[in-house]
Ligand binder design. Structure first.
Ligand code: CAA
Ligand code: NAD
Length: 297
């Protein structure tokens, strides 16, 4: 099944990027948000990002100015925004990118089952929750996959494509092809906690935060150590700010509840304290660092 029209529910940090790469891949895209302000914010981010990408292509001599302008116009022209979930009824694929809350995701897929045409494929961009549970809640487990993109979606080249025991070959193949159309390299994953990347990455972030909590090193030194010692593009504390402290905490809470005997899944004290104080990272202007746009101190 070819994916031509895509719905994306949630147009936040991840959703706006998914909307954009799907449109860049030639799909018509409907972005659905909970309220007008969030929708405007998400669409505004897409416009900024498209302008940035186009300017870069011109700068590098890869596109002439009029071709870059046409790229922005055509891509933006494939995107519509809506506050109504019914707007995704005739989509070939719906990607969910709402908050990391399993009950909210299950309720959404159950509702979408009553809205979408029978062949619509459902995908979740969840960082940590079982795709199979969402598939059961959706009433169409054969059409359910995980499509796990990475932040920032416009720049990160991977997508994890997750299949459950119930996912049909057709749904899985269509989801992989969609990932490729978005310009990503797909890797196939089983429905395990954190799939491949987060099963490795999140425990690493936890260890860094625990190191900070113990006072073993400063956040600046922990970040510099991993950047300069291992060649990582960002240190783990900066990365936690980048991902969002609320999202990181939701991932860990879900895992600690489900797998209390797994020592790699633990909740650092500082993470809980920051979230309780509303310091959610770069998106709120403060997490472990204070942020002004891309600059941190
Ligand atoms: N759209 C368009 N252009 C963008 C952009 C966007 N959204 N974001 C950045 N850019 C541009 C920048 O403006 C910059 O352009 P110029 O060169 O013209 O200035 C260029 O892209 C590169 O950006 P930076 O200067 O910030 O350069 P960088 O080399 O530091 O790259 C980065 C930024 C790609 C984010 C890099 O720091 C990186 O790879 N960080 C690690 C990210 C990571 O690990 N992500 C995974 C998080 S975990 C996850 O996603 C899973 C989960 O479930 C939690
Ligand atoms: P976010 O808080 O930036 O965005 C979530 C958006 O969903 C918000 O704009 C919110 O208004 C909207 N929303 C919430 N409920 C909704 C509903 N019922 N209908 C429509 N819109 C709704 O969060 P995010 O960081 O973009 O994370 C989204 C999902 O992607 C989560 O499952 C998260 O675990 C996953 N994810 C996050 C990252 C990351 O680095 N932040 C990376 C990969 C995957």
């Amino acid at each position: 099944m070819a994916i031509r029209k895509v719905g994306v529910i949630g147009c936040g940090l991840m959703g706006h990027g998914i909307v954009q790469v799907a449109a860049q891949g030639g799909c018509d895209v409907v972005a659905v948000e909970a309220d007008q302000a969030a929708l405007d914010r998400g669409l505004g981010r897409i416009e900024k990002s498209l302008a940035k990408l186009a300017a870069k292509q011109v700068e590098k001599g890869k596109l002439a100015e009029d071709a870059a302008e046409a790229f922005v116009k055509e891509t933006r022209g494939r995107i519509t925004g809506s506050l109504e979930r019914s707007a995704v009824a005739d989509c070939d694929l719906v990607v969910e990118a709402i908050v990391e809350d399993l009950d909210a995701k299950k309720a959404l897929f159950a509702e979408l089952n009553g809205i979408c045409k029978p062949e619509t494929i459902f995908a979740s961009n969840t960082s940590s929750f079982p795709i199979g549970e969402m598939g059961s809640a959706s009433g169409r487990p054969q059409n359910m996959v995980g499509l796990h993109f990475f932040n920032p979606v416009q720049l990160m080249r991977l997508v994890e494509v997750v299949r459950t025991d119930d996912t049909s070959e057709e749904s899985f193949a269509a989801a992989r092809a969609f990932g490729e159309a978005c310009g990503k390299t797909p890797v196939s994953c089983k429905d395990t906690p954190g799939f491949v990347v987060n099963r490795l990455l999140v425990p690493y972030m936890v260890q860094a935060l625990m190191m900070l909590d113990r006072g073993d090193a400063s956040k600046e030194d922990i970040d510099a150590a991993m950047q300069l010692g291992c060649g990582y593009p960002m240190g783990p504390i900066t990365l936690t700010d980048y991902v969002g402290l609320d999202t990181t905490l939701s991932i860990l809470k879900g895992w600690v509840d489900r797998y209390p005997d797994e020592p790699a899944f633990a909740i650092p004290r500082s993470l809980e304290e920051k979230v309780a104080a509303g310091k959610l990272g770069r998106k709120t202007g403060e997490g472990f660092y204070v942020w002004e746009g891309d600059k941190k101190r």
